[in-house]
Ligand binder design. Structure first.
Ligand SMILES: [Mg+2]
Ligand SMILES: [Zn+2]
Length: 177
């Protein structure tokens, strides 16, 4: 059986971007995020979070805190997320996992045997779009009040205002051969 996935950015895509989230009580789902993820799951996609968490490398919070955050988040989502990958490094560390480098997607593809051509990347920054292009996965953009300026010059395949819209588009596409 073929494994297809949606690779999801975390901050600003699934939960509100509070910039270096460091308190569990600041975890707040974006509008229609849970509904969208539920629909993606129903259409047969694995849901994999890929997130840059340089706050670890900068000493703002620990790797354990990020793992705990992901536990709490997945509880809120009734365990819809199949896996969380995070990059703990700072830009100057020059690692191979910090988005837009494709390291986290490459690892997930190996771990789950994912078919990249049937998969999507969804995020709220152009680095997420570039991640998709670098990894060979179709990039989609979620646009909100803060990042609407990206629309002028994005390389995203399509854009949407929330994860439920994304899910409807992805699922409709999934039915076409
Ligand atoms: Mg983001
Ligand atoms: Zn990294």
């Amino acid at each position: 059986m073929e494994v297809k996935a949606v690779f999801l950015d975390r901050d600003g895509t699934i939960i509100e971007d509070v910039h270096y989230l460091s308190r569990l009580e600041d975890i707040k789902l974006m509008p229609l995020a849970k509904e969208g993820l539920t629909l993606m799951k129903e259409c047969g996609y694995k849901l994999i979070v890929v997130t840059n968490q340089s706050g670890i490398g900068r000493g703002y919070f620990s790797e354990d805190f990020v793992r705990k955050t992901h536990e709490v988040l997945n509880d809120m989502l009734d365990n819809l997320i199949d896996a969380f990958y995070f990059c703990p490094h700072r830009p100057e560390d020059n690692c191979s996992c910090r988005k837009p480098k494709p390291g986290m997607i490459d690892q997930a593809v190996k771990d789950f045997g994912i078919n990249k051509e049937k998969s999507f990347v969804v995020g709220d920054k152009e680095t997420d779009v570039e991640l998709g292009l670098n990894a060979g996965v179709t990039p989609l953009l979620v646009v909100n009040r803060e990042n609407a300026h990206l629309l002028e010059n994005t390389k995203a395949k399509a854009f949407f205002s929330n994860l439920y819209e994304v899910a409807m588009w992805i699922c409709r596409k999934g039915f076409m051969v």
